[in-house]
Design a protein around this ligand. Structure first.
Ligand SMILES: C[S@@+](CC[C@H](N)C(=O)[O-])C[C@H]1O[C@@H](n2cnc3c(N)ncnc32)[C@H](O)[C@@H]1O
Length: 256
């Protein structure tokens, strides 16, 4: 299902979407008390964990993918373990704060996962989570144009059953945390410019998540047409050596 899309993609993720997801770091840090014992859940290659350590927190991090665990271990001084929501390998109520940066939008059972965040947070502790809202981000617009121009097939993407899914918006994320017995403090949006080298974006889009699924479903001639038109299709976002995408995440802060 959706979680399986994160197997064996760590190197491509590190080059591409890791720097995209790191854009919420300041917004996440703003909700944490100083010197907190923090758990970064679904830490990926460890950018947020590294910043949490730099901000003076005592940081633990966890991810189901062994390659992500290895990258996060080498990038940060966090104590990184392998494990997955909803049953995290930590004692109940053992953290002052728990962050989940773009994780609840990738799990197979978001409500169970949110309860997993609650379980490891001490009473009065903080949970801060982000997701991508439903609106198509600009890098996906670029990708869809590439697919359409090349006459690509559109494979079925893994989707949650309606009874498991939740509204992909700041309010929907807040509701998800409230359903996990958390008190929602605030919900909102975090916006930033993602600056990425075209070759790194290409590595991400041809390997990671739903982008990678679409890429691998194409015949070689379609892939060749996509490769050939990438530079032209990406031109509207080019600024010198990089592409710049204005992006927006939903963020929610709650207490246990
Ligand atoms: C979009 S990445 C975000 C990574 C990281 N938080 C960041 O900001 O770069 C999603 C991450 O969630 C992890 N993941 C997938 N299923 C998970 C689960 N059930 N519990 C915890 N993490 C999970 C993936 O391995 C991947 O590292």
């Amino acid at each position: 299902m959706a979680e399986a899309l994160w197997d064996d993609v760590a190197a491509a993720y590190e080059r591409s979407f890791a720097t995209l997801c790191a854009g919420t770091t300041e917004a996440l840090l703003a909700h944490l008390p100083p010197g907190a014992r923090v758990l970064d859940v679904g830490c990926g290659s460890g950018h947020v964990a590294e910043s949490l350590v730099g901000a003076g927190h005592v940081v633990h991090a966890v991810d189901p993918d062994p390659e992500m665990v290895a990258l996060a271990t080498s990038r940060s001084a966090a104590d990184v373990r392998r494990g997955a929501l909803p049953d995290l390998p930590y004692d109940d109520a053992s953290f002052d704060a728990v962050v989940a940066n773009f994780v609840l939008n990738h799990v197979d059972d978001p409500r169970a996962a949110a309860r997993g965040l609650t379980a490891v947070t001490r009473t009065g502790g903080h949970v801060v989570a982000t997701i991508w809202p439903a609106q198509l981000p600009p890098q996906a617009t670029l990708w869809n144009t590439l697919l359409d121009d090349a006459g690509a097939v559109r494979p079925a993407m893994p989707r949650l059953a309606p009874e498991l899914d939740f509204e992909r918006s700041p309010e929907g994320l807040g509701d998800l945390l409230a359903q996990a017995d958390l008190q929602v403090v605030d919900v909102g949006a975090s916006e930033w410019d993602w600056r990425v080298r075209p070759e790194d974006l290409w590595a991400g889009m041809t390997g990671v998540g739903n982008f990678g699924v679409a890429w691998h479903a194409q015949a070689e001639d379609v892939q060749e047409r996509m490769r050939a038109s990438f530079e032209d299709v990406a031109a509207p976002w080019r600024d010198g050596d990089v592409l710049v995408f204005g992006v927006r995440a939903a963020i929610a802060h709650a207490t246990a």
